[in-house]
Design a protein. Structure first.
Length: 99
């Protein structure tokens, strides 16, 4: 299996039942001008049905991440309230993987 790394998703092109996803890497960051230079790094090409399956999987991961974030946010708010009552600080929970 080949690993591909990309800093950004650039664009999606759908033509004749094939989906092309273009990705880019950051080449340079100009802090004075507040600009980022990007260059194309990879193109993922999928048949339409595979792309739709990919989208479903990404939506499931997103939902898990948002759900976990909501749980962590609620938990930290409860811990903050508890710290006002307790003199001992609570331990922070570690970030859970969504794999």
């Amino acid at each position: 299996m080949k690993d591909l790394f990309a800093d950004r998703f650039l664009k999606c092109n759908i033509s004749q039942g094939v989906v092309r996803l273009d990705f880019a890497r950051v080449e340079n960051i100009d802090h004075e001008k507040n600009e980022v230079s990007m260059s194309p790094s990879a193109r993922l090409i999928l048949p339409m049905d595979s792309f739709l399956h990919f989208v479903e999987q990404v939506e499931q991961m997103r939902d898990k991440m948002l759900s976990q974030d909501a749980i962590d946010t609620e938990s930290s708010m409860i811990e903050s309230d508890d710290e006002l009552v307790d003199s001992e600080p609570k331990r922070k929970k570690s970030i859970k993987s969504v794999h």
